[in-house]
Design a protein around this ligand. Sequence first.
Ligand SMILES: Nc1ncnc2c1ncn2[C@@H]1O[C@H](COP(=O)(O)OP(=O)(O)OP(=O)(O)O)[C@@H](O)[C@H]1O
Ligand SMILES: [Mg+2]
Length: 311
Amino acid sequence: MTAAALSLRGLGKDYGARTAVGAIDLDVVRGECLGLLGPNGAGKTTTISMASGVVTPTRGTVAIGGVELARDPRGAKQKLGLVPQELAIYEELSALQNLAYFGALYGLAGKTLADRIAWALGVVGLRDRAGEQVKRYSGGMKRRINLAAGLLHEPELLILDEPTVGVDPQSRNHIFETVRDLNARGMTVIYTTHYMEEVEALCDRVAIVDAGAIVATGTVAELIAAHAGKGVELELAGEPAAIDRAAAAAAAHGTVARDGGTLRVVPAGGLAPVIAAVEEAGAAIARIQSRQASLESAFLALTGKTLRDAP
Ligand SMILES: Nc1ncnc2c1ncn2[C@@H]1O[C@H](COP(=O)(O)OP(=O)(O)OP(=O)(O)O)[C@@H](O)[C@H]1O
Ligand SMILES: [Mg+2]
């Protein structure tokens, strides 16, 4: 069996008395795109930072492609490209100069370095602006250079921490398509984001992080099936008292959330007993609509929180 692209065992970090990450176990399969979803402060960046050797863990181990980070930091880090949440580029330098600097950090030089820079610039679509100072770039272009810097050494594993936050739609789309393409060509990807639709479109598997722990992993479909509960929406007509009675009666046959004359029901068994109970209570059903279970509702059920609103 080949080693996992990334293997975390009991990985945790304390900052003084605060535990940022408890003890995370995670295996990332080679070639997959794993989405990392969690509310603000869940511990995503801390986990990624420990996995890439930027932050020293309080406990646990990290292995990248079978190479233990603590034993062989250089060998392990060669396999990994990190695109951090905070921009890690120098504003006064041009994109070319930035990439030359980061390439040298990875031990690249000469023609290899020049070729890799040209390739990475092409991947992020910034070849024609490469000579300009980065401070003249738009926010989206800066994020694309940030991505290019993480790609220079053609890592086996690419970790992106919210690469599309605060980015114009064109750059956002470009970054998203770039990552999808790299993954399709075999690069393993860990993708942290607050955008559910990006996870749904991109990721083979999702790990949901909350309060420093992984609370669930699975495909989007598995998470929805296990945690989101498929529901129906019933729009009721009738006397307010009848609607009150209907809501109470329906609650005997499932989970009910009421919004005025509308009931959102996740039936415990079938839908038939719910409808019968509502009608027996004297309310009429004006409309029935099935409600699509979503990753968002699974996330809510698991964490009790919503994701940060898109800026
Ligand atoms: N250098 C630090 N010193 C002290 N506490 C820290 C430090 N870095 C992170 N923390 C704390 O650790 C917890 C996890 O933070 P982290 O940045 O990993 O969350 P996150 O899931 O990436 O959140 P976001 O979605 O906002 O980026 C938070 O409570 C945070 O305040
Ligand atoms: Mg973060």
